[in-house]
Design a protein. Structure first.
Length: 586
């Protein structure tokens, strides 16, 4: 059993009696009278647990935990409530999520009133001098669905905001908002002034009506506004991170497998230095960084229990939300097969250098990082994209020989048939999936790929083939979709495959539904294993990190359709209460 640093001893005599000393240690926290799903196959349920420092020193019945009660022990009576290991999210874009929480999330906005209201609220959260940018308005206007998840009629005219909706609510904050598909942009008066744009000296792309700028910009005018945008300050990044951490704690997420841009690592390390980091981070830079990391002496597994780097992310194709996922046959609505992710695409700042193109790039990267011991986590969505990266990975494994590899196909979204899942199993690959994608994307999936939708989000096919499944969110989503980080909603999606209002009856391709036990393990135990931390977390066992969540109802005792209504009442990370709602809030 791992012993916390504060309990380590050096003399031979003390080492010999360490188990006795440890069992007699007073706990900092005891949780009693709970229904604990431990994630430990040998002992799946317990009644109580005891925590000292960051680790569990007892998991069992009330008596086992009470043996560690001391004068200063905090006692929490769970009142029979359900407890689970802390949720580990297999896929977040934490920096983007924080920016969206502080900024303006307009994905579902297509009318003037909420457009102005959300911008007003976002302005109040910004650092002085910071620009408010992004928004991605209209994603659900262009890609609507009826209550059954099927395509719905699109509006006759697109929502086209102008600066009159912004100026009165934005004060001195410069604002540049964009449509989800980047086909339209609108700036407020402050932004236009900073960019030195005026109808008195027109610039191409600056829309003027009766001699006054409407705020709609494109072309040269848009470029001029962008040049005026001040770089994001470190203070603003810290504000965004705090908002994102607070949100995750409320949802019971204790670890994230993050897609981590270089600008975010200093934020994580500063939060940790200040003692403010409340979620553990499995950081994933892009594949092309393997050589730089190795050269700098950052080896696989670098870090500690709070921040660790062991895997790197690459990209094969685009996303299905904007129809750039790569398929063998054309998509029905566009007549196009999608795209290969191009490493020379400077717009793809999160994956520059880590795509399929130019030809041979992905193979070169995977051979290189494998030789240095890194694990590859590669994004692939369309059926051709998935098969292509499987072929490259198989070549790497055959050439470099056997070694421990916990390699993943990120999203694993549309496979060609069940034989593809068998190929995953044969190669020892992991399917990193995000179940909420299924119940959001069903609004347009069949319209785009028809009968191929049968093999979209094929969770049960992967399980039956023996492929490890990882669960998470892809929070906060893409420019085409917003994805929740709520584990309860995501468990609902995996077990029902229904929209949030319960459509279609029985679920979308219901043969791909999963049971709750599999889903919980995919959100806890499996994710810990996939990051190489199975000895440290993912289940509630003596010696492991005290990361756990108290839920307001027994998830196994309710219909799957009610999972989305369950609430997290307490989130504990490393023995520290990061979130508490009544009756546990003190």
């Amino acid at each position: 059993m791992p012993i916390p640093n504060r309990l380590r001893v050096t003399s031979v005599a003390l080492i010999l009696i360490a188990p006795c000393v440890l069992s007699a240690q007073d706990a900092d926290l005891i949780l009693r009278n709970a229904r604990i799903w431990t994630g430990d196959s040998a002992r799946p349920y317990a009644q109580a647990l005891a925590v000292r420092g960051e680790r569990l020193i007892a998991v069992g019945d009330n008596a086992a935990a009470d043996a560690h009660r001391g004068a200063r022990t905090r006692i929490v009576d769970a009142g029979g409530r359900f407890v689970t290991p802390g949720f580990i999210d297999d896929h977040t874009h934490f920096a983007q999520a924080g920016a969206l929480l502080i900024g303006a999330n307009l994905l579902d906005v297509s009318t003037a009133a909420p457009f102005a209201e959300r911008i007003k609220a976002a302005v109040a959260r910004m650092s002085p001098g910071a620009w408010l940018t992004g928004g991605d308005w209209g994603a659900y206007e262009d890609n609507p669905a009826n209550s059954a998840g099927a395509p719905a009629a699109r509006p006759a005219a697109r929502f086209s905001p102008d600066r009159t909706m912004i100026d009165s609510v934005s004060g001195t904050t410069p604002v540049l908002m964009n449509r989800w598909d980047r086909s339209a942009y609108v700036a407020n008066g402050v932004a236009l002034n900073l960019a030195r744009l005026s109808c008195a000296a027109p610039v191409a792309g600056l829309e003027c009506v009766a001699g006054r700028a409407t705020g709609r910009v494109s072309g040269a005018a848009l470029a001029q506004v962008r040049r005026a945008i001040a770089p994001k300050t470190f203070d603003q990044r810290m504000r965004e991170a705090r908002a994102a951490m607070e949100h995750l704690a409320e949802l019971g997420v204790t670890t994230i497998h993050d897609i981590t841009p270089p600008t975010q690592m200093p934020v994580y390390t500063e939060l940790k230095r200040r003692g403010e980091l409340t979620v553990r981070v499995f950081a994933r830079p892009t594949l092309d960084k393997w050589n730089e990391l190795t050269y700098a002496g950052v080896s696989p597994g670098f870090g500690d229990d709070w921040i660790r780097i062991r895997a790197l992310k690459g990209f094969v194709d685009g996303i299905q939300g904007n129809s750039t996922a790569r398929f063998y046959e054309p998509q029905l609505h566009s007549g196009k097969r999608g795209e290969w992710r191009d490493s020379t695409n400077t717009a793809a700042t999160d994956g520059l250098g880590s795509g399929m193109m130019p030809p041979g790039n992905m193979e070169r990267l995977l051979f290189g990082l494998d030789s240095a011991g890194w694990w590859a986590n590669v994004h692939a969505i369309g059926d051709e994209a998935i098969d292509s990266v499987l072929t490259i990975m198989e070549k790497v494994f055959t050439t470099n020989g056997p070694k421990e590899r916990r390699w993943r196909i990120i999203h694993s979204q549309v496979i060609r048939n069940a034989a593809v899942a068998d190929r995953y199993k044969r190669l020892g690959l992991i399917a990193e999936v995000q179940p909420y994608h299924a119940i959001d994307d069903m609004r347009w999936m069949e319209e785009r790929i028809g009968e191929r939708s049968k093999w979209a989000y094929a969770f049960r096919t992967f399980k039956d083939a023996g492929v490890p499944l990882l669960f998470g969110s892809d929070w906060p989503g893409t420019n085409a979709s917003w994805y929740t980080a709520s584990p309860m909603v995501i468990l609902y999606a995996a077990t029902t495959r229904q929209t949030l209002d319960g459509k279609p009856e029985g679920g979308w391709f219901p043969e791909q539904r999963l049971d709750l036990e599999t889903s919980l393990r995919s959100y806890t135990v499996n994710n810990a294993w996939a990051e190489g931390e199975e000895a440290n977390k993912g289940s509630l066992m003596t010696g492991k990190l005290a990361d756990f969540v108290v839920v307001d109802r027994d998830l196994f005792a309710i219909p799957a359709t009610q999972l989305k209504e369950a609430k997290v009442l307490m989130t504990v990370v490393g023995g520290r209460v990061m979130h508490a709602a009544p009756p546990f809030r003190r």
